[in-house]
Design a protein around this ligand. Structure first.
Ligand code: NAP
Length: 281
């Protein structure tokens, strides 16, 4: 069987070309204004700083602006909430990205939920999650929404399929499961207390690895013809799923790297452009 490679790098590049045109059209209509993504980085974690920088670079590539806010590691919850409120009230800002994780003294959930729904382009608020789960309009959480976009690009329908999502984090597993349910899949969510994990995975028509442990999901647990989505990325270029033995016997898979990863920032940027179009267009 020749599997379809779900090439996130390719889909992200196609989308960036389209977004560049949309930003340029918006600029012409609005007297030179572009969508603006505000990024908030609290503390000096180097990995978080790199992610924020990558997001700013992606904005520049499509011709839109970003506003980088850096706060000290000693920032308190109230200071951060005030900063977010200011951005909510700033008409020149169309999307707000609070880089996860924040230092431990901060109530991260309170900070996420301070973001106004119309600027929640990373899809992190409880309100946005609830609306999405109810089939109402909301920006999707960036990584799972990126996965849904990737599946749509390659015409992989979920209706009636059994999707097994391994992981239930607020930014990945839970919204992923709800999005797949909305797309009429039958969804099983597995986590660290799941019994007989292998037997659940063996039933999957679509398997999503969102565990955060290298090659934790073994190839032999996955049935022939399945669609394999791997959100993990670890040193050595492996994901959460043991991929190599699968590439000749599944119907589609995300490469690691270059599958899910590029779709996350791409979705954030796409949703910021949408928000900018609503506000400026
Ligand atoms: P996380 O918050 O650490 O969540 C991991 C999940 O895996 C938890 O729900 C946990 O269950 C579950 N789990 C842990 N051990 C397990 C076990 N033995 N059996 C079954 N489930 C188990 O991680 P995350 O933020 O969701 O990220 C997951 C992976 O995706 C990581 O590799 C991360 O790097 C990657 N990721 C990639 C992107 C991207 O842009 N490409 C974005 C975000 C994350 P409990 O809830 O029971 O603890």
């Amino acid at each position: 069987m020749s599997a379809t490679v779900l090439d996130g790098k390719h889909v992200a590049a196609l989308t960036e070309a389209e977004l560049t045109e949309r930003v340029s059209a918006l600029k012409q209509k609005s007297g030179g204004r572009t969508p603006v993504l505000a990024t908030i980085l609290v503390g000096d974690d180097p990995a978080s700083a790199t992610y924020v920088k990558m997001k700013g670079n992606a904005c520049r590539r499509v011709g839109m602006e970003s506003l980088a806010i850096e706060l000290p590691g000693s920032t308190r919850t109230n200071d951060l909430l005030r900063q977010i409120e200011e951005l909510n009230n700033n008409p020149d800002v169309h999307g707000i990205l609070l880089q996860h994780p924040v230092p431990s003294q901060i109530d991260e959930r309170a900070a996420f939920d301070m973001i106004a729904l119309e600027k929640d382009v990373d899809g992190v608020t409880c309100l946005g999650f609830g609306r999405m789960a109810m089939g109402e309009a909301a920006y999707g959480c960036a990584t799972p929404q990126g996965i849904m976009r990737l599946l749509a690009h390659y015409d992989i329908a979920l209706e009636g399929k059994h999707a097994v999502v391994v992981g239930r984090s607020p930014i990945l597993g839970k919204p992923m499961a709800m999005m797949m349910l909305e797309a009429n899949a039958t969804v099983t969510i597995c986590h660290s207390r799941t019994r007989e994990l292998q037997s659940h995975i063996r039933q999957a028509d679509v398997i999503v690895g969102a565990v955060g442990r290298p090659e934790f999901i073994r190839a032999e647990w996955i049935k022939d013809g399945a669609v394999v989505i791997d959100a993990g990325y670890h040193p050595g270029g492996v994901g959460d799923i043991e991929l190599m033995p699968l590439i000749d016997r599944v119907s589609a898979y995300t490469p690691v790297p270059g599958g899910v990863g590029p779709m996350t920032i791409n979705t954030l940027i796409q949703q910021t452009v949408e928000s900018g179009e609503k506000a400026l267009g």
